[in-house]
Unconditional design. Structure first.
Length: 387
């Protein structure tokens, strides 16, 4: 199988933004790319064809969720995630390390005492299922072997995701573990000759500049196919530090490799990340908020991070489409009044139609961004959107 091939097509003359393509065995990812999250092997409520119609090339599947439900063996029996989901395009999977952060109320703890769902040590992470209490151990070797079994095109090295606030000592411990696990991740994948997977190394170090620089330099020297920046948008990190991390790390990462920003996806975040040279980023924002009734709209949503709440009574008799001039299926066929009705009555179609629009909104935004970069007008587009 062919390995990942990243081609830079154009660099914006007034910023570090760039366009490119990532060629995988299941198709091409156009960059910069927004990557929606399909935790349970599905972008909730949408079919694969509808995801493609939203101008999305790739989406993220969570290793943790797949290991517990339905389990690696069942996915292997049907031929991997692509056949399991009938998704013909590229796929990404995470390492499972993020759940060490997300399954704990205030970040990872050192004991599995009935309150914490994880136990972390130098060997890996011991999980406790949120569904049935079943315990599972996941280390770098187990994580990579699972992701190989899933058959994703881009997989992540095993890492320890950090919480905030955090001491520098604790952040360094997580970074050192991540570095050790990166070597094991590479060795595990290397044992699979002719593997079609492409492995990304994850830069850690929390909000400490010297740790981030050290981690970036370390990961840059390893034979990863791409890099990712983690543990920035996980909890309550100050906004200015979230993007300062990019300034600290990107100069030390090889420019010929794609860089992914993990867990970032607000509209403002996309512009700031792309401006600094990020090639792809993932987030649950458009899909999760869509299921809550938030409709993304550049005009109406300015005061609310480019979105408005269609469940409010003011839209109950509004004959306009959710977003005027939007060409998505939802906006071409339904009114605000109808979607307001669906949400108020908890009709399943509400979640489907809102998600369809929001994902199309994000996919279209990435197209506009790519076009602006190609014309060296990215900063002009950013100003139009962010003011």
């Amino acid at each position: 199988m062919a390995k990942l091939r990243f081609k830079i097509i154009h660099r914006d003359k007034k910023s570090k933004a760039r366009t490119g393509t990532i060629k995988t065995d299941h198709g091409i990812i156009r960059t910069p790319a927004f990557v929606p999250v399909g935790s349970g092997a599905t972008v909730k409520s949408l079919t694969p064809e509808e995801i493609k119609q939203a101008k999305i090339d790739v989406f993220f599947v969570n290793t943790y969720h797949m290991l517990f439900r339905p389990g690696i063996e069942k996915i292997k029996k049907v031929g991997g995630l692509h056949k399991f989901m009938n998704w013909q395009g590229p796929l990404m999977t995470d390492s499972g390390g993020f759940q060490a952060f997300s399954l704990s109320e205030k970040g990872p703890r050192d004991t599995l005492d009935g309150k914490s769902l994880v136990k972390i040590n130098s060997e890996g992470i011991k999980f406790k299922s949120v569904w049935d209490g079943k315990e599972m151990f996941l280390g770098p070797k187990e994580s990579i072997e699972a992701q190989i079994g899933f058959g994703a095109d881009i997989i992540m090295s095993f890492d320890e995701c950090t919480f905030y606030p955090i001491t520098k000592e604790r952040a360094k411990l997580a970074m050192d573990r991540t570095h050790q696990w990166a070597i094991i991740s590479l060795e595990t994948l290397a044992k699979r000759k002719n593997s079609e997977q492409n492995l990304f190394g994850i830069v850690q170090g929390s909000i400490f500049r010297d740790l981030r620089v050290k981690s970036a330099k370390y990961m840059a020297c390893l034979p990863f196919d791409g890099l990712a920046i983690g543990s920035v948008a996980n909890s309550q990190e100050p906004r200015e530090l979230v993007f300062a991390v990019l300034d600290w790390t990107l100069p030390y990462l090889p420019s010929e490799k794609p860089v992914h920003f993990l867990g970032v996806g607000e509209i403002e975040d996309i512009f700031l990340s792309v401006e600094k040279g990020i090639d792809s980023l993932d987030c649950v924002t458009p899909t999760r908020l869509g299921r809550m009734g938030w409709i993304f709209d550049k005009i109406m949503g300015i005061k609310h991070k480019f979105r408005y709440d269609i469940t409010k009574s003011v839209y109950a008799a509004d004959k306009n489409p959710p977003v005027i001039d939007c060409s998505c299926y939802t906006c071409q066929n339904f009114s605000r009044a109808y979607i307001n009705h669906l949400f108020r009555n908890r009709e399943l179609l509400a979640y489907r139609l809102a998600t369809t629009h929001n994902l199309f909104f994000f996919g279209s935004l990435m197209e506009k961004i790519s076009e602006s970069i190609a014309e060296d007008k990215f900063l002009r587009l950013k100003k139009i959107w962010l003011g």
